[in-house]
Design a protein around this ligand. Structure first.
Ligand SMILES: [Cu+2]
Length: 83
């Protein structure tokens, strides 16, 4: 499942690496794609949204939004809500 997080506080490549590593610590096989400009972190993982959000939080960044199940582009199900 692909989960998209909106993350605040990432400002450079170091932050991208920190967030990526934090997620990988929870799920070695997770695929992580970070768009620094928009602050979006797309994670393809079997882990729960809560666990992934906690990993990002623990790395020192703030998750301001979550959208899951967005494969194919159309947002459906739980989107944009507070977690
Ligand atoms: Cu940085």
């Amino acid at each position: 499942m692909t989960i998209e997080f909106q993350v605040e506080g990432m400002s450079c490549q170091h932050c991208v690496t920190a967030v990526t590593n934090a997620i990988r610590e929870h799920d070695e096989s997770a695929r992580v794609a970070v768009d620094l400009a928009s602050g979006r972190v797309a994670v393809d993982s079997a882990q729960s949204v809560e666990a992934l959000k906690a990993a990002i939080d623990d790395a020192g960044y703030t998750v301001t939004g979550v959208a899951s199940g967005t494969t194919g582009g159309a947002t459906s199900g739980v989107a944009g809500g507070a977690v």
